[in-house]
Unconditional design. Structure first.
Length: 262
């Protein structure tokens, strides 16, 4: 079983500061052709391991009351900007009902908005209840894919800038929600760290469908007269920066833990 081939143990703060670990070879092409390999690499880089997955699964009863408020907050945010709001004029994959035909008709009570909110609710529940196995990794990849022309709907093509911004917003809302629970401080910290790392892993499975370097490994996107995946070389830099930020966040977290011990 391939999942989490790396050690879940965390290095001490002094180890992070004073030593450089042995260099591990990573196969460049497999990062774009082998989903499990990519997932494990990014997870290992960030420090997301079996202990984090367990913390998330054990939080199901705590997260459940937060799901609906998080979903509502997300859609209020998406409706706060015209550029993200107008995305909902396109038909979502799997939705067969009536669509709003103009921005004036768009509101949070539209049938497709309810359909999308239900999908987000099921996604959040799945994060805390699913077995973290090959099927789950494929699901995370699917969630990223369907926001682009590589997914099932030719009409859906959400620019990555909006996906990235939304991940930041969701992370903040979840942190606020967890901090408002009755969990003790240590459990709150573990849950927040685990969710933060998981969201970065999911973010990568969005970014993979946008970066230029990945295009030669992906099937041809479904074109339409109105939509196309707009890709530029800056997205490669963005992906590299994503991993760098993850490393910095992990470093600061370890620094905080080490400081509290002293």
């Amino acid at each position: 079983f391939f999942f989490f081939f790396f050690s879940a143990s965390k290095p001490s703060f002094s180890t992070i500061i004073m030593s450089i670990p042995s260099v591990e070879h990573i196969d460049h092409d497999k990062l774009y052709t082998d989903l499990a390999y990519r997932f494990n690499y990014v997870s290992k880089f960030i420090g997301f391991g079996p202990d984090d997955a367990q913390v998330i699964k054990e939080s199901a009863s705590v997260i459940e009351p937060l799901v609906q408020p998080v979903v509502d907050a997300v859609y209020v945010k998406l409706f706060s900007f015209d550029i993200t709001r107008r995305v909902f004029l396109s038909r979502n994959q799997g939705y067969l009902g009536t669509l709003a035909t103009s921005e004036k008709e768009l509101n949070l009570e539209n049938e497709q908005i309810k359909f999308r909110k239900d999908f987000l609710k099921r996604y959040l529940v799945k994060l805390v209840t699913a077995d973290y196995n090959a099927s789950f990794i494929e699901y995370l990849d699917y969630v990223g894919k369907i926001h682009t022309s590589y997914g099932g709907s030719r009409a859906i093509n959400v620019d990555y800038i909006h996906c990235n911004a939304l991940f930041g917003y969701v992370a903040d809302v979840l942190i606020e929600g967890v901090n408002g629970t009755t969990l003790d401080i240590e459990r709150k910290q573990k849950l927040i760290r685990a969710f933060s790392k998981l969201l970065w892993v999911q973010n990568d499975l969005f970014a993979k469908y946008y970066v230029v370097e990945a295009q030669k490994y992906l099937p041809t996107a479904k074109k339409s007269s109105e939509t196309w995946v707009h890709i530029n070389k800056g997205n490669i830099v963005a992906s590299m920066c994503t991993l760098a930020v993850c490393g910095l966040a992990y470093f600061l977290a370890m620094y905080g833990r080490a400081s509290r011990r002293h």
